[in-house]
Design a protein around this ligand. Structure first.
Ligand code: TRP
Length: 472
């Protein structure tokens, strides 16, 4: 029979692993640029309100559902719904979503690794060539980097929750914090840095409109690893003596803190070295910012610190992004791995092999959909243009479906499991939570307006992305 379920070794270990999951490429680049474009401190405030009032209750619900059922997302849905088939749809979605996100996130992570290697080998100036990115993602090198990423993630997951995931997070997360603070200190001491801080932080309420609110909400939700089955899975590895509300607050704080701090790095860097930049011209996409815009910013630093100084700063930045991406990748691949282990009764290594091999195949399909294979490059057409297989996976699973998954988890915990069950689980290890304002608020919000808001965001995104329409 099954041995007892694996567990995180300590509360700090859990918090670092969950924060490692949440902190990713979006925090380091997407968030700062979005904030600067959409109202500065006004956007930050909006984001913080969404994190506290909407994301935190959902995170507690996911962690609670995982810890109480001691199951992967599909198992958790089956557990609380007693196998009713309609609910299993939610469970399947919560398993397929992370699987598909993992696939394309692996592709982005391999590009980051490729850029890191290029910078370390002295090629920073080549990266600023407008053709570099397009050539790189179509070169055979991508297969080598994909193999390296698969090997790294596979090794971490092979060692399991405590010796693999937790140990990896305990090394990479503190390193990430130190690198981030070091880079912030460096950039803030450059000329014109305050210009960037000003763009970043001066509130501009006039920029806040319905689209910006929708965007801030969606960003907060996805940044915290919600709707991806991750928090259910990590919850299932949590010790019952640990406080879920307390840990969830720490994870939300760490994620938001890193996003905020990254802004003190990225925007001053942009304005210090290109003071004429107009924030409105910056790309919306983290991918184009990282791979085509930032290398130019780093290269421009050579005027003050020389080519190798600039390369060093760029290398540290890409290493930081790489660590952030790797910890997210580990967390998201653990979801289907735990799914196969629970549902099929396989060992960790069997599950890992099955999930890993199929995932590499789908990742290969994504990798070659930038020109190498024509069929996958011109895969489908929607929203007013042709899309590649990679675009489709990205649009459906990263940009659209998470709020729907969040909607279903809210309904599951409040209407199937019932609030009393959730409360009892959350009070375990957190006696102060009983009767607290947060408990009463979460009970009310999770059963009423949070699912409605998530459903609204979902429908609006579908209309936007696929039908060029909008509710707002
Ligand atoms: N915060 C992540 C980012 O900024 C998004 C994310 C959260 C993520 N959890 C993840 C991405 C797990 C991949 C896997 O990119």
């Amino acid at each position: 029979m099954a041995t007892s379920r694996e567990q995180f070794g300590s509360r700090l270990g859990f918090i670092l692993a969950a924060a490692g999951s949440a902190v990713g490429i979006g925090n380091l680049v997407g968030f700062p640029v979005n904030a600067a474009k959409n109202g500065g401190a006004a956007f930050l405030l909006l984001y913080a309100v969404f994190v506290g009032l909407i994301c935190l209750p959902v995170m507690m619900a996911e962690l609670g559902a995982g810890r109480s059922s001691r199951k992967n997302p599909l198992g958790a849905y089956q557990h609380f719904s007693q196998g009713r088939s309609l609910w299993s749809i939610g469970g399947w979605l919560a398993l397929i979503t992370p699987y598909m996100i993992a696939v394309f996130y692996a592709v982005i992570t391999l590009w980051v690794l490729g850029y890191l290697v290029a910078i370390v080998s002295g090629d920073l100036s080549a990266l600023t060539n407008p053709d570099y990115f397009g050539d790189f993602i179509d070169s055979p090198l991508v297969f080598v980097y994909l193999a390296i990423i698969a090997g790294l993630v596979g090794t971490i997951l092979h060692f399991g929750v405590k010796e693999g995931i937790e140990r990896g997070a305990k090394i990479m997360m503190p390193a990430l914090f130190v690198m981030l603070l070091g880079l912030v200190a460096f950039v803030l001491t450059r000329d014109n840095a305050m210009l960037g801080v000003k763009y970043y932080l001066i509130p501009d309420i006039s920029k806040i409109n319905a689209q910006v609110i929708n965007g801030a909400m969606a960003q907060a939700f996805f940044s915290l690893s919600l709707g991806m089955g991750i928090m259910i899975t990590y919850g299932s590895y949590m010790d019952r003596q640990n406080s879920i509300p307390g840990s969830a607050k720490m994870v939300a704080l760490a994620d938001t803190g890193v996003a905020f701090t990254a802004g003190l790095l990225v925007l001053p860097a942009i304005f210090s070295f290109n003071p004429d930049t107009n924030p409105a011209d910056l790309s919306d996409s983290s991918v184009s910012l990282i791979f085509t815009f930032l290398p130019k910013i780093f290269l421009a630093m050579q005027a003050s610190v020389g080519y190798w100084g600039a390369s060093l700063v760029a290398a540290v930045f890409f290493l930081l992004v790489f660590f952030a991406a790797l910890t997210s990748l580990v967390s998201i691949i653990e979801v289907p791995v735990s799914g196969v282990m629970d549902q099929k009764g396989s060992t960790r290594n069997q599950a890992l092999a099955g999930v890993g091999l199929t995932m590499v195949l789908v990742a290969l399909a994504c990798t070659v959909s930038f020109g190498i294979v024509d069929f996958l490059t011109h895969f489908i057409s929607y929203g007013g243009g042709g899309r590649s297989f990679f675009d489709l996976v990205y649009d459906v699973f990263y940009d659209t479906i998470l709020p729907l998954n969040g909607f279903m988890i809210c309904l599951l915990v409040t209407y199937r499991w019932k609030k009393a069950g959730l409360n009892e689980e959350l009070e375990h290890g957190a006696p102060d939570f009983k009767g607290s304002l947060l408990e009463r608020y979460s009970n009310f919000a999770l059963s009423t307006f949070i699912p409605l808001i998530l459903l609204f965001v979902f429908i609006n995104t579908v209309l936007n992305k696929f039908f060029e329409m909008s509710l707002i």
